[in-house]
Design a protein around this ligand. Structure first.
Ligand code: HEM
Length: 448
């Protein structure tokens, strides 16, 4: 069957499911089973053709359509922005579109994204304490970035998909815990992130049938969170946690996820895309180099001032995050049942239905961005949704740190390092991996 037909037939079945769920109940065993079947049916297409899936449903059905476990997908910029601003927001334990069904992979601690009420407020207070201001910590951050790039220089190449996540893991553990991970720990953490998709399988499949894959990752998580408790920063995090009656298990696991999922996966994907953009656009790279020369002489580490004055790099990062958002979906739950118009039909939805916001399509919405697929630094970025918008309780707490880290990489890469050539720069819009040119390699990578 042709892809388009498959995607649209799948949606017709979703419409029928909405009526069926109204009869059999959303959270009854049969309702849950039906939704799980649909989750994997749509998921099997999304895995291989995620962008086509979104665009075909949007173009043929409308800005709102059903997807995966009977979730209501919102695809326009205005809808996604509105969804993000709902307060308070009720969440399930979902990582965007992915439902975390194998809680064993997370040592039975929900993602902070899946927490609500006091637990969520407390965990966020700890995050905000743990994440440094990149300008205030510019010297330390500069040293960490330089150390990471020096390592890549000794291997004479920088591989976007393989090396950047490892660099980010080392840097974030230093910034958050002042601990230095061994090569083995970094490799194990990178494997943990790669294995995340295994947490969307039913728990018994992930934990027992696939234990040869999941058990080493889970053991690594257990060992690493014990190390966190030895960190000189630990007591200060637990002091905040105590104010919200949160325990060590919750804090260590939540920070593990903050570093591995939100921090490392998100920031290395965006940094990879920024490097890809700079490789492809010589005149932009020249302009960025000119800005770097104006703010930093290349001696010592760049100052906080250099980070703040890198305004062109800032725009490059924001526009790259618009075109290639590392986080593609946000998710929340409805608190009431109701009806929704989808494809011209009134469809019932039940309390607890997931509302998904598609950041990728929002960022390329022609109603919001002129020539949305073009790279254009003159845009108004004031309401960019890539970091979950601004001014509400669920915004990304790592926004300024992630931008600061990427700026620091740009400063070092273009001023103190060089490469002879690079391989093809290609963003994969089919396989549902990170939107970043994972296979890009900077060859002949060396110190200047
Ligand atoms: C240092 C790097 C980063 C850290 C430490 C970090 C941390 C976090 C954390 C802890 C959350 C969950 C907040 C909560 O539960 O209330 C979050 C949410 C989010 N982050 Fe980040 N983040 C980083 C980088 C990024 C980047 C580079 C992007 C994209 C450009 C991004 C986009 C988002 C989005 C869209 C959400 C909301 C997800 C949702 O609500 O479902 N983050 N981030």
């Amino acid at each position: 069957m042709e892809l388009k037909e498959k995607i649209l037939k799948g949606h017709n079945r979703q419409i029928r499911l909405s009526r069926l769920l109204a009869k059999v109940g959303y959270n009854t065993p049969i309702g849950k089973l039906l939704r799980l079947v649909f989750y994997y049916l749509d998921g099997s297409i999304l895995l291989k053709a995620w962008r086509d899936f979104l665009y075909i449903r949007r173009d043929n059905i409308g800005d709102k359509f059903f997807a995966v476990d009977q979730a209501i997908m919102h695809s326009s910029h205005s809808q996604v922005k509105e969804l993000m601003q709902v307060e308070p927001q009720l969440r399930g334990n979902d990582l965007g579109i992915i439902r975390i069904l194998a809680s064993s992979y997370m040592l039975n601690n929900p993602l902070s994204l899946g927490m609500n009420g006091n637990e969520h407020t407390g965990v966020r207070a700890v995050f905000l304490q743990a994440l440094p201001d990149p300008s205030a910590q510019a010297e330390f951050l500069g040293q960490l970035v330089d150390q990471s790039l020096s390592k890549a220089a000794t291997q004479n190449q920088l591989h976007i998909g393989n090396d950047l996540p490892k660099m980010m893991l080392a840097i974030l553990h230093q910034l958050v815990f002042q601990i230095s991970l061994s090569e083995e720990e970094i490799t194990a953490s990178a494997a943990y992130i790669k294995g995340l998709v295994l947490s969307s399988l039913p728990n018994f499949v992930s934990k027992y049938l696939l234990s040869f894959k999941t058990a080493p990752n889970i053991r690594h998580r257990q060992r690493l969170i014990e190390r966190y408790k030895q960190s000189p920063k630990w007591a200060s995090y637990m002091q905040i946690a105590a104010q919200y009656q949160l325990n060590e298990h919750q804090i260590a696991n939540s920070i593990f996820d903050m570093i591995h999922i939100a921090g490392t996966a998100g920031t290395s994907a965006l940094l990879g895309s920024v490097i890809g953009v700079l490789c492809l656009n010589d005149s932009l790279r020249d302009d960025v180099e000119a800005e770097i020369n104006a703010v930093w002489d290349g001696n010592n580490t760049p100052s906080g001032y250099a980070i703040e004055q890198s305004t062109l790099i800032n725009k490059v990062i924001l526009e790259t995050a618009r075109l290639y958002p590392p986080v593609r979906f946000v998710s929340q739950l409805t608190t009431e049942r109701g009806t929704v118009e989808i494809g011209g039909k009134q469809c019932p939805f039940q309390k607890g239905t997931r509302l998904l916001g598609s950041i990728f399509t929002a960022n390329r919405d022609p109603q919001r961005y002129q020539n949305p697929d073009d790279f254009d630094l003159t845009r108004d970025f004031s309401d960019i949704v890539s970091w979950n918008g601004e001014g509400h309780e669920r915004v990304c707490p790592g926004r300024s740190l992630s931008i600061g880290i990427i700026k620091m990489f740009c400063l070092y890469l273009l001023k103190n390092y060089q490469w002879n050539s690079f391989t093809e720069v290609k963003w994969d819009f089919e396989k549902v991996t990170a939107v970043t040119p994972n296979n890009l390699v900077l060859q002949g990578f060396a110190h200047r």
